[in-house]
Design a protein around this ligand. Sequence first.
Ligand code: NAD
Length: 365
Amino acid sequence: MAYNVTLIPGDGIGPEVTQAARRVLEATGIAFHWDVAYAGDVAQKMFGTPLPDQLLNSIKQNKVALKGPVTTPVGSGFRSINVALRKQLDLYACLRPCKIYPGVPTPFRNVDIVVVRENTEDLYSGIEFEAGAQDTARLIELVSKTKDRAHGEDTSFSLKVISRTASRRIARFAFDYARANNRKKVTAVHKANIMKFTDGLFLTAARQVAEEYTDIEFSNVIVDALCMQLVRAPQQFDVLVLPNLYGDIVSDLCAGLVGGLGVAPGANLGDDAAIFEATHGSAPRYAGQNKVNPVAMMLSGVMMLRHLGEINSAARLEKAIADVIAEGKNVTYDLKPGATGGQIAGTSQVADAVIEKMKASSSLK
Ligand code: NAD
C-alpha cells in the first residue's frame, strides 16, 4: 500500500529541502504517492491565487501533507498562506519538538522540550484596523466611549482574540501528547498578569484541563520569565503550551537552544488533517544554492512517519539522521561553524549520507 501525501514544495529553499526529505522518506522502503501542490507566489503565478482549491482539496482528501516554507510578502500582498492553511483546515495545534542531537554545536546540554502552540487565534486573528480607515475611527470612538481611553487617528489596532474553547482544546492536546509520549510535565505560558481577560482565560482553561490529568505535573510561567529561564536552565522544561504569538517566538528560541532553525522540525495538526513542516522559513537569500540544512525538514518527515503509524521506519530514519549529525562529515554550514569549502556538505549530500546510513543499517540485519 502506498500512502497518499500532498507535497508542497513551497518557495525559496523549500523545493531543495522538501526534495531531500522526500528522498530519505522513500529510502525507508515505505511507498508514497506524492500529490504535488503549489502555494504562495508560485501558485499566484500559475493559478492567479496564492491558495488554490487544488491544494486545499488535496490536503482534505489525503489528510497528510509535507510542506516546504512559503514566503509571506511583508506589508502588502497576500496574507500568510501558512496562517490561512492552518485556519481553513482547522490545524489548531502546532507541535515543535526541540531536542539536542549529539554533534550539534550548541552550548546547552540535555535539552528536550516540546513546544505546543495554539494555531488559530490570538494576535494572528487577522482582525486589524488600519490607521486612518473608517472602521478604525469607529473603533477609536467605541474605545473612547466604553473604556474612557483616547487614541489619535494615526493609531492602528490588531485584535488579540482568545477563546475558552480554543484554549481548552490546545491544553487538552498538550496533556494528551504528554501522556502518549511519556512526558512528565506540562507548563502553560502566558502574560495573565497584564492581559487578564485573554491570557487569564488561557491560563484558567489550562488549569481546568490539568485537573483531568492527575498523572501529569502542571505548572505555569509568565512568558518573559520563561525566556530568561530557558536561557539559564532549559532542562527544567518538558512540554510547553502557549497561545499563538508566544508560541511562535518561543519555538524559535527553543530551536536556537538545540542548534538553530536547520534542525527544528514541526507539525500542524487538526482532527482531520496534518501538515508536517520545518520551523524555518523560505530563507530566500539561500534559494537554489544547495546550501541549507535539510535536517529540519527530514525530522518533520520522521514526525509524519510516526503520525502514519510507521513507528519502526520513523526510528530508523531518525537514527540515520542522528548518526550523520554525530559523525559530522556530511553536515551543512550551520552545523560546522568556522569550517570552509570542502569540509561543508550541501543539502543533497546530507540526504545522500542519510540514505547511506539507512542502507548500512539494513545490510547489518
Ligand atoms: P527564515 O527561517 O527563512 O530564515 C532566517 C535565517 O535562518 C536564514 O537567513 C538562515 O540563516 C537561517 N536558516 C533558515 N532555514 C535554514 C536551514 N534550513 N538551514 C540553515 N539555515 C537556515 O526566516 P525569515 O528570513 O524571517 O523568513 C523568510 C520568509 O519565510 C518570510 O517570508 C516568512 O514569512 C517566511 N516563513 C515561512 C514559514 C512557513 O512557510 N512555515 C515559516 C517562517 C517564515
